[in-house]
Design a binder for this molecule. Sequence first.
Ligand code: GDP
Length: 291
Amino acid sequence: MAERSWSFSKAFRNIFSGPELITEDTWDELETALITADFGPDVSESILDELRAQVDRHHVTEVKELRLMLRESIEDRLAKFDPTLRLQERPAVVLVVGVNGVGKTTTIGKFARYLTTFDRKVVVGAADTFRAAAVEQLATWAERAGVDVVRPQQQGQDPASVAFQTVQRATEGGYDVAIIDTAGRLQTKGGLMDELSKVRRVIEKQAPVSEVLLVLDATTGQNGLAQAEAFIEHAGVTGLVLTKLDGSAKGGFVLSVQQKTGLPIKLIGQGEGIGDLTGFTPHVFAQQLVG
Ligand code: GDP
């Protein structure tokens, strides 16, 4: 696999390639780096306090040891959340929610492909019925991923009925996973939340919902979190997917988003290609983050 162009570790690169001994400047630079990388003020402060205490306690003097401690602190924080996808049901129903533009459709295409590599039989449902383009885009991704798609019979068909038909198809056709795309228009938030509740209720007449994945665009950083709140409050979100982490300098968002929402990150999107989605591994991510 080609090496990814991670740019988040840039923020830390200067510190760890600079003078070998820890000085007051090191702490200032570390604070700036944490804020720049979008760890958010709370997580940044907590990491700095923890590291300062450790440095004092163990009489650490070298920057290279500080780097290891930082990596470990990040990994421990990430590991407090369980990133395992719950897809034991058959079919496992996965609702994918989030505002338009965050990468929801792309994520569904990548996720469908990801699951087929584990020999899962997948169907996707286009329950964002209001935008004809959304249905077409999802169908294109399904084709790319080599999975089946359930489309609305006409534009504007009740999203809940498309979701119902998708789960029905999955049940009758012996599919392992049904992934359902949902609308993401933010201007009618109340209406959207009602729609999502209805989609869920209707699905649950046939099968339990195994996962509700909220897709967030990592490049929007802390602002994206405000949008997330309504979904978390009303849509029964079970996990997060962070997209556009490739080329983003905001990898610290991963920590702040978990801390603020109390939800695990289950998948990360790292590009526009069909293979650019991976599960979330705290150890690997901490390494990529700190370098
Ligand atoms: P939706 O409106 O939420 O369904 O968003 P789309 O799936 O249409 O994606 C919006 C844009 O984001 C498209 O140009 C995608 O190619 C792009 N995109 C989605 N995921 C990623 C990602 O992980 N990395 C990058 N660089 N671009 C992404």
